[in-house]
Design a protein around this ligand. Structure first.
Ligand SMILES: C[S@@+](CC[C@H](N)C(=O)[O-])C[C@H]1O[C@@H](n2cnc3c(N)ncnc32)[C@H](O)[C@@H]1O
Length: 207
């Protein structure tokens, strides 16, 4: 596993660095699926994948969870740390390249992913959850192009695709939602990692 405090460069990396380097302060409203469903997450340890400037990490930390936020952009991570300091919150922010197909600090009680799609990462996310742990995922589908036809179309899900990447989990919520107010179209998933047979036997023998 490797941290990316020393970066390799790619087109996406430069794009995100440029965005996060723009002046101005961003409002840190958490993702709406998270806002409405955070109480369904397991704690205490939660991983926020591709956390950006940390809007979800900060929200979860304010609810008392022990949060680790990871993102490839050093500028985003620096800003997230600054926001956390200003809010007297202490999530751990780590500069991390998800192309490594590894996650720091696993296993977690819950994992949150919003506005990020990397199909090869899906089995890694499942593996990084403890049995009974919860995944909350929300990201754009191809319908998003209705609102942003100029978007490259990369990293967009096909209709019905998201749950197919987590078939070995218990689905708690799955939907595709139009959000005209924010001009977004998203797939949503909340799913629980099924306890393995050995975990179930251990639970029974403890009774
Ligand atoms: C659309 S933003 C979403 C940020 C945050 N999850 C949110 O909802 O506000 C996508 C994020 O993915 C990060 N990212 C892109 N490629 C990455 C990679 N290979 N490893 C880690 N983070 C990456 C970008 O730096 C950016 O912060």
């Amino acid at each position: 596993m490797k941290s990316t405090e020393s970066q390799t460069e790619s087109h996406d990396y430069l794009k995100w660095e440029e965005r996060y380097s723009r002046p101005g302060r961003k409002r840190h409203v958490p993702d709406s699926l998270l806002l409405e469903n955070w109480h369904r997450l397991e704690g205490p340890r939660i991983l926020d994948v591709a956390c950006g400037e940390g809007r979800n990490s900060l929200f979860l930390a304010s609810k008392g969870f022990q949060v680790t936020g990871i993102d490839r952009s050093p500028t985003a991570i620096a800003k997230a740390r600054q926001w956390a300091s200003e809010a007297s919150l202490n999530p751990d922010f780590i500069c991390w390249d998800l192309d490594s197909l590894s996650l720091p600090g696993a296993p977690y009680d819950s994992i949150v992913v919003t506005r990020y799609w990397q199909p090869s990462l899906c089995p890694v996310l499942t593996e990084a959850l403890r049995p009974g742990g919860v995944l909350l995922y929300e990201t754009y589908t191809i319908e998003f192009l209705r609102y942003r036809p100029q978007s490259s179309g990369n990293y967009l899900l096909q209709p019905g695709e998201l749950p197919k990447f987590f078939t070995d989990m218990e689905i708690m919520h799955s939907a595709e939602v139009d959000k005209p107010q924010t001009r977004e179209y998203c797939a949503q998933l909340i799913a629980r990692k099924i306890q393995g047979i050995s975990a179930q036997i251990a639970n029974v023998t403890q009774l």
